[in-house]
Design a protein around this ligand. Structure first.
Ligand code: PEP
Length: 258
């Protein structure tokens, strides 16, 4: 069985006070949902404070990025060891905003993926195409290239220790969601690529969809055979919306392995 996962990416939003209020509003409605996994990824400076609030709850703590290096003279960076120390269980790597705005390469994302695993964190590897790439029929080649960088550097077994998030760049923060079938097609492609290297890893792999998921469209997306939950940006900043998405994951059928 693949148990669904919903992770909220708070990005660079909020204050300490508003972040604490947000998590305090999320926890009660999510507490009773026991058929899926949940996480929130606050900004770095708030990890410890939010970590204290989620302690003992069914919502795990995650970070939004990790440095590709162990430690040393990397001003502004945060290591995997520091994230583990701060109570993180998950970390997002290769988000399209890191790739697009900060120029992060496939290789850097792969190194970050390896660092996360090295420190006992579950990496959530984001892959996905821009609108121009989709229109040029390059979705599969882009996603394959992004995945391949991690397989090549870390090995296929390592892919099985993490989570993949398919996030079409054109759907992130735009209000334009991929249709359930568009998401399913790419998720099946991702699973197929991994299956070519290791069928068992592919069958067990959690593949999230991200891109304008809301309470109103989560259930249809999560009903697709290869969609194992969601990475949620904007809608994770509203407790009622996020809790409703978590409920949709809880109510969705677990996917039975082939
Ligand atoms: C994201 O940035 O990971 C994301 C999915 O954002 P949104 O839900 O706002 O599209």
């Amino acid at each position: 069985m693949r148990v669904k996962l919903v992770a909220g990416n708070w990005k660079m939003n909020g204050s300490l006070a508003s972040s604490q209020a947000l998590i305090r509003a999320i926890l009660p409605p999510v507490a009773a949902l026991n058929r899926a996994r949940f996480a929130v990824c606050p900004p770095y400076p708030y990890l410890a404070a939010i970590g204290q609030v989620v302690q003992g709850s069914n919502v795990a703590l995650g970070a939004q990025d990790v440095c590709q290096f162990d430690d040393g003279a990397y001003t502004g960076a945060v290591s995997g060891a520091m994230l583990a120390d701060s109570g993180c269980r998950y970390v997002i790597v290769g988000h399209s905003e890191r790739r697009g705005i900060f120029g992060e390469s496939d290789e850097a994302a792969a190194l970050k993926y390896g660092q996360a695993l090295k420190h006992g964190l579950t990496p959530i590897l984001c892959v996905g195409e821009t609108l121009a790439e989709r229109e040029a029929n390059a979705t599969e080649s882009v996603v394959a290239r992004q995945l391949e960088a991690v397989v090549k550097r870390c090995g296929v077994t390592a892919v099985g220790q993490g989570v993949v998030a398919y996030e079409p760049v054109w759907a992130i923060g735009t209000g334009k969601t991929a249709t359930p079938q568009q998401a399913q097609d790419v998720h099946a492609f991702v699973r197929g690529r991994i299956a070519a290297a290791d069928r068992r890893v592919a069958e067990a792999l959690t593949i999230l969809y991200g891109g304008s998921v809301k309470a109103g469209n989560a259930a249809q997306l999560f009903a697709m055979a290869d969609v194992d939950g969601g990475l949620i940006g904007g809608a994770s900043l509203a407790a009622d919306e996020f809790a409703a998405i978590c409920r949709a994951a809880h109510e969705a059928k677990e996917t039975v392995k082939a």
